[in-house]
Design a protein around this ligand. Structure first.
Ligand code: FES
Length: 223
């Protein structure tokens, strides 16, 4: 990834199962991340063009997602294909949800503006095992600084892509990718590669939870 990479991590791949969707916030904007029944991942604006209902409240049906409110159905390109109240209508091409480029790398779902070059992500491992996502009331920079200041025992930070921290252990490598939810809130998506055991994953998840608890306690003391 170059320093100007447009790719933003938005979820752990493992958290978006086929046929499900989840809403998230990216730089203050609502987005829906959903996976169709063939396993392909999609990231869209989280807003139905009809009356603005969140698409993340809708239902994934095969390779379509249907809005919860009036059931308008959208294909994987964001194009509305079916309006239940007007079943015979050929839906105008203009009824479309804005979509983003979406891909998966290192066990994480990434989004970027349409047309972005996914080779920007090529320095990351193709796959990885999920640890957990951490939601913090900190900017992405502050969150990543907190991670590098208190890595799990036996791990040390090594140079990595911008917006991420890589922690090297003796047998595994941990990737922490920061999503800016807004100026003061972030999500850290944590995955691991290498000789991974259940114990390793569990201890990393415990470290992450403990880090969040300590950061929350610190911000409460400061309040
Ligand atoms: S608001 Fe989505 S179908 Fe009406």
């Amino acid at each position: 990834m170059t320093s100007a990479s447009p790719w933003i991590p938005v979820a752990l791949s493992a958290d978006i199962e086929a046929g499900t969707s989840a809403g998230t916030l990216v730089n203050g904007e609502e987005r829906v991340v959903w996976r169709d029944d063939k396993g392909a991942i999609h990231v869209w604006e989280d807003r139905c063009p009809h009356r603005g209902m969140r698409m993340s409240f809708g239902f994934v049906r095969g390779d379509h997602i249907a809005c919860l409110y009036h059931g308008w159905r959208y294909d994987t390109g964001g194009q509305c294909r079916y309006i239940p109240a007007h079943p015979d209508l050929e839906v105008p091409q203009t009824i479309k949800v804005p979509t983003f480029a979406a891909t998966e790398r290192a066990g994480i779902v990434w989004m970027a503006p349409q047309g972005a070059d996914a080779t920007d992500l090529s320095t990351l491992p193709k796959t990885a095992e999920p640890v957990r996502s951490l939601f913090l009331d900190l900017s992405t920079n502050a969150a990543l600084l907190a991670v590098t200041a208190a890595p799990p025992e036996g791990y040390h930070p090594v140079p990595g892509a911008p917006g991420t921290v890589t922690l090297q252990g003796s047998e595994v490598t941990v990737l922490i990718a920061a999503q800016s939810r807004d100026a003061e809130r972030s999500a850290l998506h944590i995955t691991v590669t290498g000789d991974i055991s259940t114990t390793t994953r569990r201890s990393l998840a415990l470290w992450a939870t403990d880090l969040r608890n300590r950061l929350e306690a610190r911000s409460m003391e400061a309040a």
